[in-house]
Write a protein that binds this ligand. Structure first.
Ligand code: NAP
Length: 278
């Protein structure tokens, strides 16, 4: 799935199993609401990002939609993601939430709709998934995906005879590489989005510091070269531009190998990372 690192650019995108393209550099908007969210999404679109990662619980679908309209960029050239949390799990409530999201964004379709987490349990997870597939069939959603799904959650979908999700969005950075999940996704054509790709703004490791670039750029670049789709978050205008400069350099094989060796498994996670939920 990964392109050759040399050819990566802000326009690089992966083709999802749904047939739709997803730009490889996403813009995360967790904990970014109101006018700040509107301003930073506008700044990101101006800087060339074409992929924004929102969620129902982030309470910013309205501002993201406004930014898309105000940006002057063609709607079809931008990919917008949102996610439904456990609170709204179930067939009917999911169908309702999809319509709510469409209304809040002010869109005719949503590019990618994810189940935010696996906490609702098997029955509700599958009901929610079926409702998203129905919304996709109705043209309200282009691609259906999941987030924080471990291998057993993904297998549950397969065992029901349902199509695999196009995307699994999980915490992923050099310290938490989620190897079994990443391997399963690679084999089954599920694109991996890397959330908290900047380790939430912490950059203490010597290996990362020695590359000679901002450690945050190194984290994003590592993710891209591994074929993941990183979703760095920043509400700081200068960092929006700085993070997009990740395409101006390349990590060598040796540097990639050194970063690959930093994995601490689940110990390396810095967020809720609920991939083990029953
Ligand atoms: N599906 C899920 O369960 C889930 C969970 C977590 C996150 N996500 C998604 O992934 C996105 C990113 O994850 P995240 O927000 O947890 O963390 P992150 O992207 O790893 O880190 C964000 C932090 O890094 C700082 N930062 C950004 N660019 C920087 C730079 N160039 N130099 C120094 N500091 C920098 C930001 O500060 P400022 O904003 O102050 O600049 C912020 O404090 C979220 O926004 C969300 O879209 C999904």
């Amino acid at each position: 799935m990964a392109s050759s690192p040399v050819s990566l650019s802000l326009k690089s995108a992966v083709k999802l199993s749904s047939g739709f393209m997803l730009p490889m550099l996403g813009f995360g908007v967790y904990q970014n609401t109101g006018p700040t969210c509107l301003e930073s999404c506008l700044e990101a679109l101006k800087a060339g990002y074409r992929h924004i990662d929102s969620a129902v619980v982030y309470r910013n679908e309205r501002e993201v939609g406004q930014a898309v309209r105000q940006s002057g960029v063609n709607r079809d050239d931008i990919s917008i993601t949102t996610k439904i949390t456990t609170r709204y799990a179930g067939y009917e409530s999911t169908a309702k939430m999809v319509d709510e999201s469409l209304k809040k964004f002010g869109f005719e379709y949503i590019d990618l709709y994810l189940i935010h987490d696996p906490y609702s349990g098997k029955t509700k997870r599958l009901e929610t998934y079926r409702a998203l597939l129905a919304a996709q069939k109705a043209g309200k959603i282009r691609s259906v995906g999941v987030s924080n799904y471990g291998v057993h959650h993904l297998e549950e979908i397969r065992n029901e005879g349902l199509p695999a999700p196009s995307v699994n969005q999980i915490e992923l950075h050099p310290f938490c590489q989620q190897k079994p999940i990443a391997e399963y996704c690679a084999v089954n054509g599920i694109a991996i989005e890397a959330y908290s790709p900047l380790v939430r703004g912490v950059a203490k490791d010597q290996t990362v510091l020695q590359v000679g670039k901002s450690p945050f750029l190194v984290y994003i670049r590592w993710s891209l070269q591994r074929g993941f789709i990183p979703l760095p978050k920043t509400a700081t205008p200068s960092r929006i531009v700085e993070n997009a400069s990740v395409f101006n350099f390349e990590l060598s094989e040796e540097q990639m190998a050194a970063l690959n060796a930093l994995d601490k498994g689940r110990e390396g996670a810095v967020t809720w990372n609920p991939v083990d939920a029953p």
